[in-house]
Design a protein around this ligand. Sequence first.
Ligand code: ADP
Ligand code: AMP
Length: 219
Amino acid sequence: MRIIFIGAPGTGKGTQAQWITDQYNIPKISTGDLLRNEILKKTELSKKIKKIINCGKLVDDNIVTQLIKKRIKKKDCNPGFLLDGFPRTVNQANAIEKINIKIDFIIEFSLTEKLILERIQGRRIHVESGRVYHIIFNPPIIENKDNITGQPLTIRDDDKEEKIKKRIKEYKKFTVPLIKYYKHTTKLSNIKYYKIDASYTTLEIKKNIENIIKNNLLK
Ligand code: ADP
Ligand code: AMP
């Protein structure tokens, strides 16, 4: 099972990816998480990456594609994987096509800018694991502590209002053309394309995605 989640920042991709990983035993591969973990290493490259992410811009296609290629080679990807936030550009999609990575289905998350801002402004994360919380909609058991490790949660530097707006602009510039590209190519291939309304509760969206996955497993 190879799935791609596409959607603007804050539409709930990471939140849904979390239960899929547990339920279907496939890893969630988020390029955002991979890049944030790369930043923790404090190398020359990581300084560059940090600067780009903190401006709300997209990281260079080659850097993210190399990270993905390396990650996909790991054994835990044998039963499949869920790509969360990759590809984000047509170039990135072409890069995985070139190495013959076949995708079963793509789910696009759709949400208004108003709700995106509301969700991102309450987001708290556990960087090492990529676990995501919301101060109102999905609070941790102990305030500001990760449920599993008890370590402190953080607010992402790029989750400030003006940076979210920049990220949404980048999404419109680079990822909306990718959506058009996928809508066209999926018509000519076996890949299924679904668009979901991400304004519902986490549980309602989960049910919707569960149905999509079940329908695909039956085929
Ligand atoms: P993305 O991975 O698309 O950037 P996240 O999964 O990190 O989005 O979700 C953004 C924020 O919104 C998080 O704080 C998360 O807890 C919260 N959230 C996710 N899904 C929902 C939902 N259906 N309703 C309310 N809040 C949500
Ligand atoms: P995310 O965690 O998905 O919200 O991503 C956070 C940031 O990481 C983005 O704003 C980009 O700067 C960078 N990033 C994540 N995934 C990609 C990607 N596929 N291509 C380019 N940049 C990315």
